[in-house]
Design a protein around this ligand. Structure first.
Ligand code: SF4
Length: 344
């Protein structure tokens, strides 16, 4: 029987293991509390019997991710981490401090298969999915390193969360549990490039997290040039899936729109976008694109970004311009990891 990663399991799943080895069910909750505190060895679990510790050794292990490198922005204190997984793979995470709390941006896959043309994470393709425990451990490590409670999570680092659907759902259940990190669903944002069937599946679960869609284009034609997924699902399909999510969860949808010079940043594009989103409870996050060496894209001017925003606002679409965080530390998705891998 393959050993189970305790950090990737819900209380109920740990209880099942505990009962299988003849122990009382409530021990499962105690073990969950230990592993979710970041305890990595069974010996430190002081309220667990030696017999149970032995059984745990036999049937389970605890994920142990390590911080490989940390870079702190001199501009705004944003921290970018490279994490070393037990199989030698490298992923990245970002910690940002805002007025309303500390936000951790985590990865859900090693690399990514989605091929978005502006993204460094996809350059080497998908290596593998992360387990829920490897996502939890990124948060535990950043929290421990920063010394303050992480209050918000965005699943927006490398990887497409809905392409690692079942582990991401496990992660959401675990991270929300009051015996663990206890992060409220409303403080969690899942960002997807738009896998339509999985958005609908997620909607059915009615977990009230925030859904963010990497939209980046106002028409199928432009989107298909930027994001291969757009060849599979049209904007009409995507917007319908968002409307369904909204109906099931009553949560406002965020659309991420990275402005790229001369590609998607003209006034006509803002008008098309307004038409597309009309009547949908949503918010547009305009992102001055981070320069990535691997792409040919250039940043829009501040003036153009402001004009784009005002066209949207005039049409009744709420839009904000995202503050650039960690511009001095390769904060664009996948950038630090690629630079690290290429230079080691
Ligand atoms: S933007 Fe997200 S979905 Fe697209 S390639 Fe990058 S990590 Fe993957």
């Amino acid at each position: 029987m393959a050993k189970e990663d305790l950090l990737s399991l819900t209380i109920e799943e740990i209880e099942a293991i505990v009962e299988k080895v003849g122990e009382k069910k409530y021990r499962g909750k105690q073990i969950f509390q230990w592993v979710q505190k970041g305890i990595k060895d069974f010996e430190s679990m002081t309220n667990i019997s030696n017999t149970l510790k032995q059984a745990l050794h036999e049937y389970s292990f605890i994920t142990n991710v390590e911080i490989e490198k940390k870079v702190i922005s001199q501009i705004d204190g944003t921290r970018k981490y490279l994490f070393l997984l037990e199989d030698g793979n490298i992923i990245e995470g970002v910690l940002m401090q805002y007025k309303h709390g500390v936000t951790a941006c985590i990865s859900c896959q090693v690399g990514c298969q989605m091929g978005c043309s502006f993204c460094a994470s996809t350059v080497g393709g998908l290596v593998r999915n992360l387990r829920a425990g490897e996502m939890i451990d990124q948060i535990l490590l950043m929290q421990q390193d920063f010394g303050e409670r992480i209050s918000n999570i965005v699943i927006m680092g490398s990887g497409e969360p809905l392409h690692n659907y079942s582990e991401v759902i496990n992660f959401l259940k675990i991270v929300n549990n009051e015996n663990g990190l206890n992060i409220g669903n409303r403080h969690i944002t899942l960002s997807t490039c738009g896998l339509v069937p999985e958005i609908k599946k997620l909607a059915e679960l009615q977990i009230p997290i925030n859904l963010a869609i990497s939209l980046h284009a106002p028409s199928d034609e432009i989107r298909q040039k930027m994001m291969p997924i757009a060849k599979k699902y049209s904007l009409t399909d995507l917007i319908n899936a968002c409307a369904y999510y909204l109906k099931k969860n009553n949560r406002r949808i965020t659309f991420e729109y990275a402005l790229v010079k001369d590609i998607n940043d003209k006034e006509i594009h803002a008008q098309q976008l307004s038409q597309l989103l009309k009547g949908l409870l949503c918010h547009v996050n305009l992102i001055p694109i981070n320069m990535v060496d691997e792409t040919q894209y250039k940043k829009s001017t501040q003036e153009k970004i402001k004009r784009f925003q005002s066209v949207l606002m005039k049409q009744g679409i709420e839009a904000t311009i995202r503050r650039e965080m960690g511009a001095d530390i390769d904060a664009a998705c996948g950038q630090l990891r690629n630079n690290y891998i290429n230079n080691t």
